[in-house]
Design a protein around this ligand. Structure first.
Ligand code: ZN
Length: 253
């Protein structure tokens, strides 16, 4: 089976459409959360994400935008994030708010014990796995062989075995067009892999990021695809969301 792995769409409809158009054939979609927040098309993106079926794990913005927050947690978000959360709450249609509020908390396991899908980390849905130490903890906290996580908006991962922990990053041969990077999954290793962000990349590459997990071929492929970023930016400005949410899309920051 082959899964399309997407995360952190953040209400960016042109980016999601480009990803779906560029994705190779797949049997299921595994969505690691943060469907809304920051971008200007929350309803359209929720409806498209819903129509894809498959697995959807909730992200922190999905919780915040559907009113599903712990006391005081709203103030953990940055000022721009808070503004966009308030904007999104008003913009969302009721049925979409309801759908977001009922999303599953990770880990969700689409293939039995083998794969765990989380937004942040297996031990904490809001944790950012940015360094080796937290990656090590994530491997300890889960018994899944492959952990798929989002939340940091970067395309990278780690492989782990009894002797070592290795940082993994795609090495694309172009900075402009559609590109892919294949990572063969070795039998003796465990993996922690982030597909990157569809709608708000922060790894200095503006192209929409996604990945494909192929269970039969034991292969994880990172993809990057150009999308209509000017359209996404124009919609953010027209919605009177903070300007920085539009400018950062062009820089991938
Ligand atoms: Zn996010």
């Amino acid at each position: 089976m082959r899964a399309l792995v997407i995360s952190d769409i953040h209400a960016n409809l042109p980016a999601l459409e480009a990803v779906l158009a560029a994705a190779p054939q797949y049997d299921a979609v595994w969505n690691l959360g943060d469907i809304v927040g920051y971008g200007a098309n929350p309803n359209e993106v929720v409806e498209l994400a819903r129509s894809l079926g498959g697995i959807v794990v909730r992200g922190n913005h999905d919780r915040a935008c559907s009113g599903n927050l712990r006391y005081g947690e709203f103030f953990d978000f940055s000022q721009h994030a808070r503004y966009s959360i308030s904007w999104t709450r008003k913009a969302l249609r009721e049925e979409n708010t309801k759908w977001l509020s009922r999303l599953a908390r990770g880990p969700v396991r689409p293939l039995g014990r083998k794969v765990a899908c989380v937004h942040g980390s297996p031990q904490d849905e809001d944790e950012y796995i940015l360094g080796g130490e937290v990656a090590r903890e994530a491997f300890r906290a889960s018994c899944a062989r492959i952990i798929l996580c989002g939340h940091t908006h970067g395309q990278y991962g780690w492989s782990s075995n009894r002797r070592r922990l290795d940082l993994l990053k795609p090495d694309f041969d172009s900075r402009t067009g559609a590109v892919r990077f294949e990572l063969p999954l070795r039998t003796g290793n465990r993996y922690l892999l982030n597909p990157g962000s569809v709608g708000q990349p922060r790894d200095h590459d503006w192209r929409a990021a996604f990945a494909v997990y192929d269970d039969n071929e034991a292969m994880f492929t990172w993809h990057r695809v150009p999308y209509k970023v000017l359209t996404a930016q124009r919609r953010i400005l027209r919605a009177e969301l903070p300007e920085i949410l539009a400018t950062r899309l062009r820089d991938g920051t």
